[in-house]
Design a protein around this ligand. Structure first.
Ligand SMILES: [Zn+2]
Length: 399
């Protein structure tokens, strides 16, 4: 049953009182940080997850999030850049942003640049220079003719970097890892200063889909902040930006938002964004998730358990956050020992929580799984092609 945490304050709009609709105890505090052995993987620090929904702005936050459990570093393997499907999407987006905002010959600053692939693309598509900041950045892994036009800072973005000026501030798959989202976006806005020709380009997961589909594998500790188009648009306006556009992309999984700063003391005509009035729909989705969460996990346990009980072999495809969340929810009794991933930096390392080993697709040639559970439907085609090329005949199930 939903309860109200009357002391909780919304990090996006500062309204007091959040509706608590989902709780998970002892979930791994990181899911993209792989461990060198099973023991360390199983003993990995755990955190508490208690999701609160703000009825005023629609933002969803883990009210029990403890940032001190975060350990983002170069060992963090979040990149999706080994997938051709994801690479093409990112390359198209980089090109589109450079062209639509005429960033030719200009500087792009990317906050939370991960391994840097996207910033490289923006520079290769015509930006003059790129500055990327991320504790997980690893310049040694970047191969590009544009390398001399790129600057990397291995750190979290903070007050200390507010002097960095650029024509575009890019931030992809990062805001959902930040708990004080209002403070964070305010810092970005203040750092831009009086310039109004700067563009802010953001991309992050849409929680409306997660809730409607009871996608429990998309709820995990690293994601402490969950947005819809509406709650993201409201946050940007509140922090001094004019939202130019926002829509869903990548099979409607991600929100892409483009904004410009509004000069202090000025106001602009608010252009309404399609889908921004989403609080009633979101409230329904929150109740749906709450009602269907346990039953959905049980269905998966039964589906997988029915096979493993007969001695059949099941693996998951995706050694990242979704995989960790999925396996943690199903529990050890599910009998899944391996997670396949195409990122070679993950191979033969172990997933936090259950300690499953991450293996290459080639591992399946000898292992011969009966079923491969794909952690993101969008990669099914790519995975089917890989299995075919390896002559592995397994059934593909998608979450
Ligand atoms: Zn709020």
């Amino acid at each position: 049953m939903t309860t109200t945490d009357s002391a909780a304050v919304c990090p996006a709009c500062s309204a007091q009182g959040l509706e608590i609709f989902h709780e998970e105890r002892d979930v791994p505090s990181h899911s993209c940080l792989l461990l060198d052995d099973v023991r360390h993987a199983r003993e990995f620090p755990k955190g508490q997850l208690r999701l609160g929904f703000c009825g005023a702005c629609g933002f969803i936050t883990n009210v029990d999030f403890d940032a001190s459990l975060s350990a983002y570093s170069a060992r963090y393997e979040e990149t999706q850049g080994f997938s051709e499907r994801f690479r093409m999407f990112a390359s198209d987006l980089a090109k589109r942003w450079v062209e639509n905002y005429d960033l030719h010959g200009k500087t792009v600053f990317e906050i939370g640049c991960g391994k840097g692939e996207f910033l490289v693309q923006m520079v290769e598509h015509g930006a003059a220079a790129g500055i990327g900041i991320d504790p997980g950045v690893n310049p040694a892994r970047i191969e590009s003719e544009a390398a001399d036009r790129l600057t990397w800072i291995a750190d979290l973005y903070s007050e200390k970097y507010r002097h960095i000026q650029a024509d575009a501030v890019v931030c992809r798959h990062t805001l959902e890892h930040i708990s004080p989202v209002g403070e964070f976006l305010t810092l970005i806005r203040e750092a831009i200063g009086e310039r109004t020709d700067v563009v802010a380009l953001f991309e992050l997961p849409d929680v409306l889909r997660v809730l409607r589909e009871t996608a429990f594998w998309d709820v995990y500790y690293e994601h402490c902040s969950y947005f819809t188009i509406g709650s993201l648009v409201r946050l940007f306006r509140r922090c001094g930006f004019e939202v130019l556009g926002s829509k869903l992309e990548y099979d409607d999984q991600y929100i892409v938002l483009e904004a410009r700063p509004v000069a202090s003391g000025h106001s602009v005509d608010i252009v309404s964004i399609i889908g921004e009035d989403d609080i009633p729909a979101l409230a329904d989705a929150v109740s749906h998730f709450e009602r269907s969460y346990l039953a959905t996990i049980d269905e998966w346990r039964e589906r997988v358990g029915a096979l493993t009980a007969q001695g059949k072999k099941v693996v998951i495809w995706g050694g990242g956050s979704k995989g960790v969340a999925f396996l943690t929810a199903l529990g050890e009794s599910a009998g899944i020992d391996y997670a396949v991933d195409i990122n070679p930096f993950k191979h033969d390392r172990f997933m936090a929580g259950g300690g499953q080993r991450v293996v290459s697709p080639e591992f399946l040639v000898d292992y011969r799984p009966d079923v491969v559970v794909v952690m993101n439907e969008i990669y099914c085609e790519e995975i089917a092609a890989t299995l075919e090329s390896l002559a592995v005949e397994a059934e593909l199930w998608s979450v």
